[in-house]
Design a protein around this ligand. Sequence first.
Ligand SMILES: Nc1ncnc2c1ncn2[C@@H]1O[C@@H]2COP(=O)(O)O[C@H]2[C@H]1O
Length: 349
Amino acid sequence: MAQTHTKQCQMDHNYKLEKKYLEMKRLVLEKTEELKRRDKIIALLEHEIDEKDGTIRYLKNEIDKFRQVVKPLTRQLIDNRRNGLESEEDCFVMKTPGIENTRVYHVGEPRLKRTAISAEPLSSLAQGYEMKLVKIPKIQKSRELIKSAILDNDFMKNLEMTQIREIVDCMYPVEYAAGSLIIKEGDVGSIVYVMEEGRVEVSRENKYLSTMAPGKVFGELAILYNCKRTATIKAATDCRLWAIERQCFQTIMMRTGLIRQAEYTDFLKSVPIFKDLPEDTLIKISDVLEETHYQNGDYIIRQGARGDTFFIISKGQVKVTQKPPNSNDEKFIRTLTKGDFFGEKALQG
Ligand SMILES: Nc1ncnc2c1ncn2[C@@H]1O[C@@H]2COP(=O)(O)O[C@H]2[C@H]1O
């Protein structure tokens, strides 16, 4: 009897132990699964951090590039001020012809005041820059690569599509062996490159800045801003690049500028108040005209705001309204159409 009782106790004990063991096993499995889930989250977060680090590095380099071009321009501005040139626009002359005409305002984009104006009319700049453009045949894949590299570059993405197409047409292939020097910091630059194959390393004063892979533009700053090469670029592997010479690049900029100048001059001739002005005055006015787009319902000028822009309508209609004092209701005054102008008080200073 006592033996049976002991056996029963032993069985109960074993049963409890087994139950506990199974419970522990379940817990271990649960925790292992939990750990795996957490490891996955950690891996995801680490990947996100890596990506963000990459973006930060990229943005730091973009800021660095902007600094490189702003520095000499600011220095020039300060020097000119010291030398007695008062007006900001008199001092701030970008020497690259046509560049100032490459900005395209997209619908809905807030309008910015032009900050860099060449003092010389386009027509005089054209002389000496115009050259015959030679088109280099290339496969569609390379054409796409060059185009998307330009559109990916903050300094070139605002070029017009016709200009981008011509740059794509004119780029010619060049090759550099691993280790060779492509651009030397401080040199006078004459070529803009697009990477097709390989990797290049960018450095300044022997300090590493970044590595560039296919689909990137480099060497654009010296050509766009007429400054010395802002960094050194070496081929980290064998590289296949596309290149375009400064003169060819400027001819493309110039051509579009001149075509636009002719279009604007023609437009001004169709506006009654301008039509009797001499041709050279019309050309000067067309050099400083900027095309701006507004969507239906957008306000162009607000009553009471300080005006600094004179507008001529080239397409569409503009409604003029006025709020009488002590009233919130806008009273319709008139509708203006093509050739009409407004904001003329801005011209009187
Ligand atoms: N911080 C940077 N990161 C990446 N590229 C740069 C940086 N600074 C300059 N560059 C590129 O290096 C090129 C050197 O010649 P450029 O100054 O003509 O144009 C420059 C840019 O294309």
